[in-house]
Design a protein around this ligand. Sequence first.
Ligand code: ATP
Ligand code: MG
Length: 366
Amino acid sequence: MTDTATPEGFVTFDRVQKSYDGETLVVKDLNLSIAKGEFLTMLGPSGSGKTTCLMMLAGFESATHGEIRLDGRPINNIPPHKRGIGMVFQNYALFPHMTVAENLSFPLEVRNMSKDEREQKVQRALDMVQMGAFGGRRPAQLSGGQQQRIALARALVFDAELVLMDEPLGALDKQLREHMQFEIKHLHEELGITVVYVTHDQGEALTMSDRVAVFNDGKIQQLAPPEDLYERPENSFVAQFIGENNTLGGKVEKIENGVAEVRLHSGEIIDAAPVNVTRPGEETTISIRPERVEIDHTRLPENAHTIDAEVLEWIYMGDIFRTRLRVAGNEDFVIKSRNSSDQRRLAKGERIKIGWAPEDARALDA
Ligand SMILES: Nc1ncnc2c1ncn2[C@@H]1O[C@H](COP(=O)(O)OP(=O)(O)OP(=O)(O)O)[C@@H](O)[C@H]1O
Ligand SMILES: [Mg+2]
């Protein structure tokens, strides 16, 4: 849900819209306020407008409508190199004919810094990313991860308070990516900089960020800390996009004491927290996480409704058991249970009853 009040932050998008062709809006009424020192991630599917937002903030694209402010000052008419913003692109964008040190020195020359000062800053930035000994090499003589570090150092070299990163780790293998996630998070804390980070990897977003803005179709669907996003998605898109999620369709029967009774399309009644529904008769999609489904009825709240399920598949995964069920006609209903010594091991074909605490199932938009 979009925050329309837009309190003044270090970075503020105020009713920003963007159209490339003068017809379709690829960013629709964006209101976003980013605090100084915050690590904010824009997460969303391909084409949802993440890069466009970053480019407008960096100054490489102009907003069609609305205002972008940095530290309270409108920056719409300030050219990129005068905004004092560091930027890391997905493809590193290092200059191939320059050495590493020359690559880092370049943004300082643009800022008319003396040679001595430049050399000092370049060395400090290289040390920051543990590349102090590589100043004389050319980008082609470095591994992907090393190039990525140089790109990061180049964004940090002129002491930018705000650093933008667009899928900076997309080209790296899994292990190196996870290592760099940790390094970037560390640098963020150490330097106290503000980071706006773009990714379509939800794990990366949850791990690194203070807050995540989930984008879809040019709009922020939810803006929240990682835990809220996973535990309390505000609509069906966010529930589906973040983590694994089971859905059941139905119609609200009644809402009483903060619990919605929902009649599923298959006829059964179940309980859920009324999130996006307010009255009986409304269509809804129930969203429930696999780890919140109970097969042990002694653990259910009194009067909780249960529902029949058939075990289609049971998989031993070491730390957890993953079971696929047929529930109310849905054959992809997944539950996860911890591999504790007293945990039941289900067999294919077994018929069981499942349930959940009403607050663990969310009645969202249909
Ligand atoms: N220079 C451009 N000219 C015209 N349309 C563009 C331009 N750049 C992006 N678009 C369109 O704007 C929309 C948003 O693109 P954007 O690059 O912001 O998405 P994204 O969220 O960064 O996606 P991805 O995850 O694939 O990088 C898309 O529909 C895209 O086709
Ligand atoms: Mg992009």
